[in-house]
Design a protein around this ligand. Structure first.
Ligand SMILES: Nc1ncnc2c1ncn2[C@@H]1O[C@H](COP(=O)(O)OP(=O)(O)O)[C@@H](O)[C@H]1O
Ligand SMILES: [Mg+2]
Length: 245
């Protein structure tokens, strides 16, 4: 028997104002271990779609299944399984030091102190955050902030990491830092959904690409299949090889 996909979105629709649908009959699946890019121009519905993936927002129609189970039957568990890294790291931070920021999620889950310390240390080592542990998150560089925000989600041991426009506002060194964080995570088996309008920085690392335009899925396939036609959907086509390849 085939295993169900990691995440399956089925015929999702959502409007805020009845006359203006933001997501229209959106269906797609993510497989275990995949690095998928969800690409779309500004206003295409990417962030709204992301907020549905772990139940933060509820669709008007349609459903989402995590490993075959409807997410609304999973309670808070779905928030742990599907970790969202928001576009603006500053809005994600709640604590006064990086160490406390990393401990925040597991503390809220009520995990035993020893387990929290262990998870924080693991993520600190994995992402190379040791030198930042006593810093205030808000005072970090853009790339450092994004790594800490990713760390704050990884401590929850998600099965899918979703990142909304993780390169926004980052300089070259910041983008480099973020990619150098994501590439080994993916190599170790983490499933990634990277949401962006900026394919140049990440296309080379993905194995699947989904195009969203005006709330509809327009294309789905391998980067080789999708990249040549992306400009039709208002997304810039990267020239040649992209970052860190
Ligand atoms: N809370 C909301 N209320 C009303 N409209 C919204 C809300 N959130 C998003 N929208 C609208 O939904 C559309 C898609 O937004 P969004 O998902 O943020 O786009 P993207 O992330 O692709 O740039 C936009 O037209 C936006 O104005
Ligand atoms: Mg957005």
């Amino acid at each position: 028997m085939n295993n169900p996909p990691l995440l399956q979105v089925r015929r999702l629709s959502r409007s805020f104002d009845r006359n203006v649908p933001v997501l229209r009959d959106v269906s797609f699946s993510l497989t275990e271990g995949s690095w998928t890019i969800l690409a779309g121009s500004n206003g295409s519905g990417k962030t709204v779609l992301m907020n549905h993936l772990n139940g933060l927002e509820k669709p008007d129609k349609g459903e989402i299944l995590f490993r075959g189970q409807k997410i609304e039957t999973m309670g808070d568990e779905i928030r742990r399984r599907v970790g969202l890294v928001f576009q603006n790291s500053d809005l994600q931070f709640v604590e006064q030091t990086v160490a406390r920021e990393l401990a925040f999620g597991p503390t809220n889950l009520g995990l035993p102190r020893r387990k929290i310390e262990l998870r924080v240390q693991e993520v600190c080592d994995e992402l190379g955050l040791e030198k930042l542990m006593d810093r205030r998150p808000h005072t970090l560089s853009g790339g450092e902030k994004k790594r800490v925000a990713i760390g704050g989600i990884l401590v929850m041991e998600p099965d899918l990491l979703v990142l909304d426009e993780p390169f926004t506002g980052l300089d070259w060194a910041g983008v480099d830092q973020v990619l150098r964080t994501l590439i080994p995570l993916h190599k170790k088996g983490m499933s990634l959904l990277l949401i962006t309008h900026d394919l140049a920085k990440c296309a080379a690392h993905s194995d699947r690409m989904i195009i969203l335009s005006e709330g509809r899925i327009r294309r789905e396939g391998t980067p080789e299949e999708i990249l040549p036609g992306v400009e039709e959907w208002g997304i810039r086509r990267p020239e040649g090889l992209t970052w860190l390849k």
